[in-house]
Write a protein that binds this ligand. Structure first.
Ligand code: GLN
Length: 285
């Protein structure tokens, strides 16, 4: 029987991943091994010569195979950092993206200094936005709504993980419906959302890892990608307090169209678009 060490397994994993065309083959081999051994990356560097059991090696190669097929590393390790917070992720739930941090940052900035806030996040998915807002605004109460049971289960784990259960509530239902059922009419200081917004034509050009492994329920926003914004806008004003904040993540080419739809609504005074770090339109608020 061959003896496996951290070093030898990593070497084999790196080669397998590199041959498969995986772009981040070294890091991903390390992350997979860290996940299996429940160790930090620094420790697999420190203990390179530790001898590993056959079972650990079998698990490692099984997960390397999954990564070779393009499964996102976050679905393999079950976690993703977002806004400096560790999030659990699982299949059928969109992986939190750095693009979305700008929506959280902007919301935090605009709500700064306000007391006793009530905030809702619809299409919450893993809860990345909702949990971050509750985490960084200690006096806020945050509702996290989604239609997907898998998403709510994942969000629940994230709420528990960060002990935010006393200031957060999960709601299941279609877009704003559960917020109305909860009696939140006229009560929200902010309504935020990163709904599915990928248009029909852009669905085909998504990277393979996204297209083949992430839930289309969380991505596809109808022909032009605008369906969910339009449906949310129809009733969002009824939930918001006067002067409340409405903020959306958007696709790179949706800023102007969405701004116009919101302005045509007539209620929202000041509609702004903001760019992400790549210089692309990323939020409308
Ligand atoms: N930003 C995501 C992507 O391009 C899409 C997120 C969404 O549809 N809300 O993969």
């Amino acid at each position: 029987m061959v003896e496996h060490t951290i070093r030898s397994l990593l070497r084999e994993g790196v080669i397998l991943l590199r041959e498969s065309g995986c772009p981040s083959y070294i890091l991903d081999a390390e992350l997979i091994l860290c996940h299996i051994l429940d160790m930090k990356r620094i420790d697999i560097i420190k203990y390179r010569d530790r001898v590993l059991g056959e079972e650990e090696a079998v698990d490692f190669f099984r997960l390397v195979e999954e990564r070779k097929k393009g499964k996102p590393i976050q679905y393999i390790t079950g976690c993703q950092e977002f806004m400096g917070i560790d999030f659990c992720v699982r299949e059928n739930v969109l992986i939190p993206r750095p693009d979305t941090e700008i929506l959280v940052e902007k919301t935090l900035e605009l709500l700064k200094g306000k007391e006793k806030l009530r905030i809702a996040d619809v299409c919450t998915g893993s809860g990345a936005i909702a949990v971050s807002l509750a985490y960084y605004i200690p006096h806020a109460y945050v509702y996290a709504a989604d239609i997907s049971e898998d998403a709510l289960e994942c969000c629940r784990r994230n709420i528990e993980r960060h002990q935010l259960g006393r200031r957060m509530k999960l709601l299941r239902g279609d877009l704003l419906e559960p917020l109305f059922e909860e009696g939140l009419e006229g009560k929200l200081d902010a309504l935020v959302s990163n709904p599915p917004y990928i248009s029909k034509k852009d669905m085909d050009s998504l990277p393979t890892g996204v297209r083949c492994f992430e839930p289309h329920l969380a991505l596809y926003g109808g022909r032009e990608g605008m369906d969910f914004y339009i449906r949310i806008l129809k009733d969002a004003d009824k939930l918001l307090k006067k002067g409340g904040l409405l903020a959306f993540e958007i696709g790179y080419d949706q800023g102007r169209a969405l701004k116009k739809i919101i302005q045509d609504h007539g209620i929202y005074k000041d509609v702004r678009i903001e760019k992400d770090l790549a210089g692309l339109d990323r939020i409308v608020y």
